[in-house]
Design a protein around this ligand. Structure first.
Ligand SMILES: [Zn+2]
Length: 360
């Protein structure tokens, strides 16, 4: 009798499930029309101008922006000034990461100076601190040895960040393509970047640390400072293999990633294994964030053209992630890649819930 009851309950549950499945299937996925209205955060958007038009453009598409300062290009004090000002103007819609210079490596009180820089960034409203690939790829000591992120000179800095609960956004290393000859690179944008920036094309610099050295140094930080809330920029430079990204997410609970400037690598893997890429994003839906790595500065004189290409990029990414339509991927030589059609709740997490923490 009891068995019968259980059986009937199971049948009823199954029927109820299939009925609600039918009705919920209607709204399980977003469509292209939802692009403007779904709340979104671009967690890697280099906003290097006080021109508010990009902010208004983003807002019109329900995007909030996170701008990481970076130890490259425009001086870091100028970047801090601009982003501090933007944070004051748009506290709900804009956030930024501060950064520090490393040019004083080897000087007395190297770490102390960095720590006071971190304090001033945080006092200015930063969501955390970004470190960049110059650590590991160009920074050297007086004997010409490359200095990696796990160098003892940085230990007090990371201990401080861990103790003060300061977030770290780390762009360490480069795509693995950087260690390959141009013709073996998987993506056109990597090929053109390294063609134009041979100083960072590590295939040409065999004396420099290897790809594996870069990953090891970063993993050492994750191991030594498990309390740091650590975001791996650009899929933690493991963009070539979602299996590798997954291993690190499994290994380090306080670690998450954003895929700015590396969505093409996800698309590349999705050409042959769409289900695997989709499953990866679903499985790690709480640990992955959307970003582009677009940069806007006062030096961009043509606002209309910049805005148009920005909107197209944001739109194409949304279509690929949220719908099952094909998108033409310029970085893959115009290859069409079918959309992943991630469920709404996964899109919401990747696009904004996971990045809400950057808005304090
Ligand atoms: Zn960047």
């Amino acid at each position: 009798m009891r068995d019968h009851l259980i059986l009937w309950l199971a049948v009823i549950a199954l029927l109820a499930g299939s009925v609600s499945g039918c009705t919920s299937r209607v709204s399980e996925f977003y469509t292209a029309d939802d692009f403007r209205t779904v709340p979104k955060i671009d967690v890697h958007f280099h906003y290097e101008t006080l021109d508010g038009r990009y902010m208004r453009l983003a807002d019109s598409l329900n995007f909030r922006l996170v701008s990481p300062n970076v130890d490259a290009g425009r001086s870091i004090s100028e970047q801090l000034h601009i982003t501090t000002e933007l944070k004051k103007r748009y506290p709900e819609k804009f956030a930024f990461f501060g950064t520090f210079g490393v040019e004083h490596y080897g000087s007395e009180d190297f770490a102390g100076r960095i720590i006071s820089r971190i304090d001033s960034c945080m006092a200015a409203g930063a969501s955390g601190i970004k470190i960049w690939k110059n650590i590991g790829m160009t920074l050297k000591d007086s004997n010409g040895n490359y200095i990696m992120a796990d160098d003892p000179a940085f230990a007090p800095v990371f201990s401080y960040m861990e103790e003060k609960n300061i977030r770290l956004l780390a762009h360490l290393g480069e795509p693995r393509n950087c260690w390959l000859p141009l013709e073996e690179m998987t993506l056109d944008n990597d090929r053109s970047y390294f063609r134009n920036n041979p100083q960072y094309h590590m295939y040409l610099h065999p004396e420099a640390p290897s790809y594996e050295d870069q990953i090891r140094a970063r993993d050492n930080l994750l191991e030594r400072y498990p309390g740091i809330r650590f975001t791996g920029a650009h899929l933690g430079s493991q963009e070539w293999s979602i299996d590798e990204v997954a291993k690190n997410l499994d290994r380090f609970p306080a670690y998450d990633v954003e895929f700015s400037a590396r969505i093409g690598h996800l698309q590349y893997q999705a050409i042959t294994e769409p289900g695997k890429v989709r499953d990866f994003l679903i499985k790690y839906q709480d640990r992955i964030m959307y970003g582009t790595d677009v940069g806007v500065s006062g030096r961009n004189t043509n606002y209309a053209a910049t805005a148009e290409s920005l909107v197209k990029r944001w739109y194409d990414h949304f279509i690929w992630l949220a719908t099952d339509a094909e998108v033409i991927v310029a970085d893959l030589n115009g290859t069409p890649v079918k959309g992943l059609q991630l469920p709404k709740e996964v899109i919401d997490k990747i696009y904004f819930t996971n990045a809400e923490k950057f808005f304090r």
